[in-house]
Design a protein around this ligand. Sequence first.
Ligand SMILES: Nc1ncnc2c1ncn2[C@@H]1O[C@H](COP(=O)(O)OP(=O)(O)OP(=O)(O)O)[C@@H](O)[C@H]1O
Length: 262
Amino acid sequence: MERLKRENETDIGDLKIGSRILLVDGVSVSFDGFKALNNLSFSINYGELRCIIGANGAGKSTMMDVVTGKTRPDSGSVIFGHSVDLLTMDEPSIAQIGVGRKFQKPTVFQNHTVFENLELAMKDDKRFFKTLFSKLRSEQKDKIEETMKLIGLKELYNMEAGILSHGQKQWLEIGMLIMQEPKLLLVDEPVAGMTPQEVEKTAEILTNLAKENAVVVVEHDMEFIRSIAKKVTVLHEGSVLAEGNMDAIQNNEKVRKVYLGE
Ligand SMILES: Nc1ncnc2c1ncn2[C@@H]1O[C@H](COP(=O)(O)OP(=O)(O)OP(=O)(O)O)[C@@H](O)[C@H]1O
């Protein structure tokens, strides 16, 4: 009975493209009386690439901290998949169940190759398999190959991560996240410091990734947002100010008032 209960608690249900994967409902977070999130509500569907924008201090990082278990809200609920209550789980369990987060700064293993970095990031215990079979299982190799293709680093598989460009390091880190097999990826400012060509490639990677996952991108670069966004959520003072496609957002009166002072 207890085992059944535990399984249900981590059952994210059958994820179909278009079905809801994340619900943030009425979430508030206060720091010394200041409301960083104020009754924040939005949802994300599986197979969606959502962009979240907002001025400095709008609550974007705090929102990601709540979803990943780093910060506990004062009120509200956060549901993953069908019914998993993320607010009852700690950070490692949330990552384990399929919520991946990529921070702005890449943290790849500099002295390891692209391939090795992906191998090290793999979800299951490869040391066990390595000892048992003295090599990676073929499906694990396939997964690494597939990921290197997705992040555009297949040709550089044997290159040490330390000598990759800034953009390539960011892609490798996205790849390392993919090796954890997340269902929902939260990506913080992925194109900061990138060349225009790298920005374009990043747009392609994230768009492809969102086809079989859900990807939430927090970004300040509006050109980039315009190039990838289908649906944009604008945060302001800890709540959703507007939501819609890029044209609707740009023509939204509330957004214009807040951001352009009109
Ligand atoms: N640990 C904390 N203690 C006190 N105040 C905090 C803390 N974390 C965030 N804040 C405040 O909460 C508000 C929201 O911050 P948050 O970092 O979520 O905004 P953001 O939208 O991510 O901003 P940015 O675009 O600058 O990263 C800010 O006013 C910030 O100063």
